[in-house]
Design a protein around this ligand. Structure first.
Ligand code: GLN
Length: 488
């Protein structure tokens, strides 16, 4: 009799394994069966490593339970942006199709060391540029709550995978909202740690001053545990610092003594009424738990989107220069000379959105425009950083809706990049200020999940997760969608 993995948290998996109720092979098999049953609809995986996962599980089972590490044998799914030795890593792009990394990213080495079982690689927008996974070169992931809708992006595969119980937890990346926004749209927990908390060695770089790796999970306890496994200073990433204290196991049940600032700029007209309603009830819940909630104005954040769409493409245009057909992945079959080889490889290999970003970034960095665009965006960034610093003199945490809308229909925003960019209105300023932010399920609007974003000062992950846990316990929002017309 197989184990029913629907709705299981990683903590529950750990308990099933450590009590001997299930073997690592039974648990891994159960997830592989679940993937086989639902991923034809959800399309969260780009690659399922059945053989590798079962072999790793067998190695765990060969060890006596008493000699195993705490998380040994718990499966995980990975966004296809991390280098995993021997496992194809495409970053959702044709240009990296067939690229097999010869090394592990630091977080992958840490997961291996902790004994986690890698189920496979998860879909994403090409080079993490997007908010819906529709920019993946390979497939569009579907939202498990409504298969006609997007799961969000760019870590849409990672969020949908957890919502659909195709892994107990996953890792994603967040440059402007790519963990929190899909978590919000799929009704799961997504944490973007403080810039520097997690090493990015072996992460395909998008915008290096903004990128962070973080967990997507069914609850806050799993998010804290996964963060503690992957966080840490790393000599291979000079921007890494680690956490100042581990997140531990969140157990807070009340919020007395805490002050929450409601970001005034993010509760206006841009927020859909159904989302606003859920947000307002979350504010009531925070007050009911004993905290003070007051509005606070951060005037600079309304320019976050504009600054981000100069800074992120500028960094991307530099980072993506390395994909030239020489060292990785795709190389054109038709080139007479070196220059033609570069241009054709890149024209064939990159998708429309990636090309748009490279062109915007190259333009913004070019002589004569640099001051007007890039330098101006950097000054705007400083204003946003200062706004947050001022707000944290008065408040412990800041809150907003994670996304202005619930999950939109597949295809709805493809032709309108600005509408797509607006998805990250409330999440982008958090990256610009290098702060930690989390999205937790707060309720539903017309049957679709709505997330609440909580933002803390730098390296406040422990407190942020504790506060989120208290709220999560109070709200008790269901996280298991009905799929296939009524089945779970
Ligand atoms: N959606 C935003 C973008 O397209 C953010 C992406 C991300 O965080 N990786 O750039």
């Amino acid at each position: 009799m197989g184990v029913d993995v629907v709705g299981l948290t990683a903590w529950q998996c750990r308990e099933l394994l450590s009590s001997g109720q299930v073997s690592a092979q039974e648990l891994t098999r159960a997830y592989l069966d679940r993937i086989a049953a639902v991923d034809g609809d959800v399309k969260s995986y780009l690659l399922v490593d059945e053989k590798g996962a079962m072999a790793a599980a067998a190695a765990v089972d060969a060890k006596p339970i008493s000699q195993r590490k705490p998380w040994e044998g718990v499966p995980i799914g990975l966004k296809d942006i991390f280098a995993v030795k021997g496992m194809e890593t495409t970053c959702g792009s044709k240009i990296l199709k067939g690229y097999i990394p010869p090394y592990d990213a630091t977080i992958i080495a840490k997961l291996r060391d902790a004994g986690l079982i890698f189920l496979g690689k998860l879909n994403m927008d090409e080079f993490a540029m997007g908010s819906s996974t529709e920019n993946s070169a390979f497939e569009t992931t579907r939202n498990p709550w409504d298969l006609d809708r997007v799961p969000g992006g760019s870590s849409g595969g990672s969020a949908a995978c957890v919502a659909a119980s195709e892994a107990p937890w996953t890792l994603g990346t967040d440059t402007g909202g790519s963990i929190r926004q899909p978590a919000s749209l799929c009704g799961v927990v997504g944490l973007k740690p403080t810039y520097g908390a997690v090493s990015r060695y072996g992460l395909v770089a998008f915008a290096s001053s903004l990128d962070q790796i973080g967990p997507l999970t069914r609850d806050t306890r799993d998010a804290a545990a996964l963060l503690d496994i992957v966080a840490g200073k790393d000599p291979l990433d000079s921007t890494s610092l680690g956490l100042t204290e581990p997140a531990g196991t969140p157990s807070r049940s009340a919020l007395e003594g805490l002050r929450f600032g409601v970001i005034k700029e993010f509760i206006g007209d841009a927020i859909e009424p159904g989302v606003k309603e859920v947000f307002d009830s979350a504010v009531d819940a925070i007050s009911a738990l004993g905290a003070v909630c007051e509005e606070v104005s951060l005037p600079g954040v309304v320019r976050g989107l504009a600054a981000y769409y100069i800074i992120a493409p500028s960094e991307a245009s530099a980072n993506l220069a390395r994909f030239d057909g020489v060292r990785y992945g795709h190389r054109t079959a038709h080139a007479e000379d070196l220059y033609e080889m570069y241009t054709r490889t890149r024209s064939e290999g990159f998708g429309t959105e990636v090309k748009r970003r490279i062109m915007i970034g190259t333009y913004a960095l070019s002589a004569g425009y640099y001051d007007a665009y890039y330098a101006q965006a950097q000054r705007t960034r400083t204003l946003i950083i200062n706004d947050f610093a001022r707000a944290f003199e008065d408040f412990d945490y800041l809150i907003s809706p994670t996304s202005p809308t619930v999950a939109f229909k597949i295809g709805e925003r493809v032709a309108d990049p600005l509408a797509m960019y607006l998805s990250d209105l409330c999440t982008i300023p958090v990256n610009l200020a290098a702060l930690p932010g989390i999205s937790i399920p707060a309720g539903f609007s017309a049957g679709m999940p709505v997330g609440l974003q909580l933002i803390g000062p730098h390296f406040s992950e422990k407190g942020l997760l504790d506060a989120s846990h208290a709220l999560e316990q109070h709200l008790q929002v269901p996280t298991v969608p009905l799929m296939k017309g009524g089945e779970r």
